[in-house]
Each structure stands twice: as structure tokens, then as C-alpha cells.
Design a protein around this ligand. Structure first.
Ligand code: ZN
Length: 338
């Protein structure tokens, strides 16, 4: 299953090579041209170069860790990329291209003082343990600057999928499916370093200079018992989440309206992204040159930015269908977007 492959690849922000190479192989026979820019974005074009230029953007990078120092006893210090200490304790990690596994060290209960048992460690109290006992041994295996991420296997149960990096390999999957199964003339952009601040999207946006941008990402989902009167987040199996606005962009009203209408006309389930927090690649692309009309469509996923997320294949299929039909409609109304 392609989603399993995408989920299990390693590609922390700044280290997207493995993901990029996989995507290149998947789409090379289905696109008219494909370039990798100086920053690592993969931009594939399909169809004639005509207006409006539609840029689809999905980021390849995932949250994870970068090694920042090796201690005398062989423990590794790290910088977290998009992850809070709450979700990392005692979790297994793995390094790309190396058969090296580790665990995020946490003091066992026997060694914790009573006050420590009630609190979450500060980031500088955490370390990665790869099972060695000295700096020399550790440095034969891992160097400062190496990346690692959660060592999580993908699983499927019916329509529900479990795995790491759904944010945003699910978005990459959606773009790959659009390329392979439909004939939509678009710029399909697989961006880098979104989790560090939408870096890749900014550069790719300048290069493509589109009239329309559609960011395809994931958004936090979940309902907690304590919040039963405040259903703030999109839910699984209720369709893709369409953004009205988030912290990075106010989405184009006309474009978002077209997408909502397309969903209604075709009985595709949809919901709105709530609350209006977070950001996606659209946050940079809409500011390029003269400004770019932008919309954001997300697959809801529980527990993003953690070792394991849960998403629904039904929502992913609905998003692919909605994008295909919306893009067709955008193309028939080209004059609106120039
Ligand atoms: Zn994302």
C-alpha cells in the first residue's frame, strides 16, 4: 500500500531526500516535466502551460529530531522539530539510512523524586539513548546534525489507518493520486521544511508564480471527554476539512466558495477546519509577487505531531474526489482568476 510506504519513509524537515526520491519514482511517467530546486522542493508539471496556473502544494517533511551534541557517556542531545516533550518520553526512534535504533530516555519510576513524578521534563532534560556507553562508541554510529524520527509501523484496520508522518505524507499521497489518475494541468509541488516555517513553499511559489494555490495538508482532529460541549476540531469520517482562515492566511472567499459548492453539488462530505489556528504552505504562497488566491484542504488526523496518528481512508478518498472536481471547475472559469 502506497500510504504505508509514504508513512514509513524518513523525512524530517531539512532531510526530505528519501521521500523526494520515492515520489519521483512514483510520478515520473505521468508528468510532463519535473524539477528539483536548489532548496529541495520537487515541482512536477502536467499538461499545457496555460492560464490560470494552479499550484498544488503538499509538504514532504515530518516532525522529528536533529542530533545537536554527543555526551561523554554516549547519550545524544537533540533539537525537536515540531514535537513537544509530552509525547516523546520512552518512545522508540530510528535513524535514516542506518540500522540504528534508539529510545528517548526517561528516568524509570524508581529514580524519580515525588515532585518529578508530577511534571513533564524540560526539553534539556531529555536525551536519545542508542545503547552505547561512550562518546567514542556513539560517534562511530551517529554524528551531530543527523536526523531521526519515531520508529512507528503503519497499520490498517478497515477504513482506519494508523502510522507516523500522516502530516503530511497523506497530502503527498493525495497529489500522487491526482497525478496518476486524472488529467489535470497543474503544478504539483512537494515542498520541504514546512514544519520549520513554510520555507520550501515560499521559494516554490516564487518560481511557479501561480494564479491559484491549493495547499493540501492534514489538520488536528479529536474530541476529548472534557471538551464535550466544545466540538472544536474536525472529526474523522466526516470528510476533508476546508479552511476559512488560519493563523497564516485568510483563504480566498471566491475560491473556497467554489470548492464548497463543488462538494455540495456532488454530495461529497466536508467540514470546516476548526479552530482557526495553525498554518500551511498557503501561508507563504498567497504572499508571492502580486498575491495568489489560495485555499486550504486538509485530511483530519488525530494526534498529529506525535509518534502515531490516526486517519480515515474515506476522508482521503473524498479529498481526492473534491480536488479533482474543484480543479476542473476552476479551469472552466479561467477568466475569473487572471
Ligand atoms: Zn502539515
Amino acid at each position: 500500500m502506497m500510504l504505508k510506504r509514504l508513512s514509513e519513509l524518513y523525512g524530517v524537515s531539512g532531510d526530505e531526500e528519501e521521500v523526494r526520491n520515492f515520489i519521483k519514482l512514483q510520478i515520473k511517467d505521468d508528468v510532463d516535466d519535473m524539477i528539483e530546486d536548489a532548496y529541495g522542493n520537487l515541482i512536477a508539471r502536467k499538461g499545457k502551460k496555460k492560464l490560470p496556473k494552479i499550484m498544488l502544494a503538499a509538504h514532504m517533511d515530518e516532525v522529528g529530531f536533529m542530533i545537536t551534541a554527543v555526551e561523554k557517556n554516549g547519550l545524544l542531545r537533540f533539537r525537536s522539530i515540531g514535537i513537544l516533550p509530552q509525547v516523546v518520553l520512552a518512545k522508540r526512534v530510528a535513524f535514516r539510512n542506518k540500522d540504528i535504533k534508539g529510545v528517548i530516555g526517561a528516568k524509570p519510576v524508581h529514580q524519580l523524586k515525588p515532585e518529578e513524578q508530577k511534571s513533564i521534563p524540560e526539553p534539556d532534560q531529555l536525551f536519545i539513548d542508542i545503547g552505547v556507553s561512550s562518546k567514542e562508541e556513539a560517534e562511530k554510529l551517529v554524528q551531530v546534525g543527523d536526523y531521526c524520527t519515531f520508529d512507528t509501523r503503519f497499520r490498517r484496520q478497515g477504513n482506519t489507518i494508523f502510522g507516523k508522518a500522516f502530516d503530511n505524507r497523506v497530502g503527498c499521497y493525495v497529489l500522487i493520486q491526482l497525478i496518476k489518475n486524472y488529467d489535470l494541468p497543474c503544478y504539483y509541488t512537494f515542498t520541504v521544511q514546512e514544519e520549520l516555517g513554510l520555507m520550501g513553499a515560499r521559494i516554490a511559489g516564487y518560481r511557479i508564480d501561480p494564479q491559484i494555490a491549493l495547499a493540501v495538508d492534514t489538520t488536528a482532529s479529536g474530541k476529548w471527554p472534557t471538551e464535550k460541549d466544545l466540538p472544536q476540531y474536525p472529526e474523522l469520517n466526516k470528510g476533508p476539512a476546508i479552511s476559512i482562515a488560519d493563523r497564516s492566511v485568510i483563504c480566498d472567499k471566491e475560491l473556497t466558495g467554489l470548492i464548497i459548492k463543488t462538494a455540495q453539488e456532488n454530495s461529497i462530505p466536508y467540514q470546516f477546519k476548526r479552530p482557526m489556528i495553525g498554518g500551511t504552505d498557503a501561508g507563504e504562497i498567497h504572499l508571492v509577487k502580486r498575491g495568489v488566491k489560495s485555499a486550504v484542504l486538509c485530511t483530519p488526523a488525530r494526534y498529529i505531531h506525535s509518534p502515531l496518528s490516526i486517519a480515515s481512508l474515506k476522508d482521503i478518498e473524498a479529498l481526492i474526489k473534491l480536488l479533482n472536481l474543484s480543479i476542473k471547475k476552476i479551469l472552466t472559469r479561467g477568466e475569473l482568476w487572471n
